[in-house]
Ligand binder design. Structure first.
Ligand SMILES: Nc1ncnc2c1ncn2[C@@H]1O[C@H](COP(=O)(O)OP(=O)(O)OP(=O)(O)O)[C@@H](O)[C@H]1O
Ligand SMILES: [Mg+2]
Length: 228
């Protein structure tokens, strides 16, 4: 296998305060530049797994490596910096700044990462290019995020994840609220962008019919053991 972007080894994590959800992931390896689809039923732990990989959650035991960096070894502020530099994240609920306009939402990661900022000469130009390639019309660019349709918000969330070329894109069901034809258009555009930037992609979905877009499909029940 080529160099790994994501490597999990004997990871245990428990959600215990609200509901008892105890999981064990013996091993997960995703190579650099691989595009991987993660399938699984609602409540099976997909978002929990992505949150562990992004370092928003910490495992109780075991190791998580991203780009050969062991996440557990980083203090909180270093972990935040590492995440900003290396990961473009498309959250299940997008997490756009509602009162900020489209351009400001897209360029936000550049203020948190010198690495990503250094790859972008002109913030506005870079954001506009991404908008064009994601078919977000000129008229939406100055709009506040909370005035956009769900499909438009999804494209803004993708542009924000891609700007400044992070090596890893993590996407949590970015197409869940799109109809079949809009979903296809959206995936074509997102994949073109990701291939151009040679990023690694880990994307969650319920929908196995999109697996032909990916190098590999993983079903969460094959990698994650429920311990309760
Ligand atoms: N913030 C939380 N606090 C406590 N338990 C949680 C929390 N988030 C998730 N869980 C538990 O973890 C389980 C897995 O949730 P998770 O969000 O990872 O599932 P999912 O596969 O992403 O589901 P969906 O497809 O609906 O998004 C849930 O059933 C819930 O019991
Ligand atoms: Mg989820």
């Amino acid at each position: 296998m080529n160099e790994e972007t994501i490597h999990l080894d004997s990871v245990r994590f428990y959600w215990s305060k609200v509901a008892d959800f105890k999981i064990y992931i013996p091993k997960l390896e995703i190579g650099r530049g691989e595009k991987v689809l993660l399938l699984g039923e609602s409540g099976s732990g997909k978002t929990t797994l992505l949150s562990l990989i992004c370092g928003f959650l910490s495992p109780i035991s075991g190791d998580i490596f991203l780009n050969e960096q062991k996440l557990n070894d980083l203090k909180a502020n270093k972990k935040d910096q590492f995440r900003s530099d290396n990961i473009g994240i498309i959250f299940q609920q997008f997490n756009l700044l509602p009162y900020a306009n489209v351009i400001d939402n897209i360029t936000l990661p550049l203020y948190f990462s010198k690495n990503r900022d250094s790859r972008v000469k002109n913030h506005r130009e870079a954001a506009l290019n991404l908008c064009r390639s994601l078919q977000l019309s000129e008229s939406t660019i100055a709009m506040q995020a909370n005035k956009l349709s769900v499909g438009q918000q999804q494209r803004v969330a993708v542009a924000r994840a891609l700007i400044g070329n992070p090596s890893l894109i993590i996407a949590d069901e970015p197409t869940s609220s799109l109809d079949a034809s809009t979903q296809k258009k959206f995936l074509d555009l997102m994949f073109r962008q990701i291939e151009e930037h040679k990023s690694t992609l880990l994307m969650v979905s319920h929908d196995s019919s999109i697996s032909n877009y990916f190098d590999r499909t993983i079903n969460i029940k094959d990698i994650l053991v429920r311990e309760n």
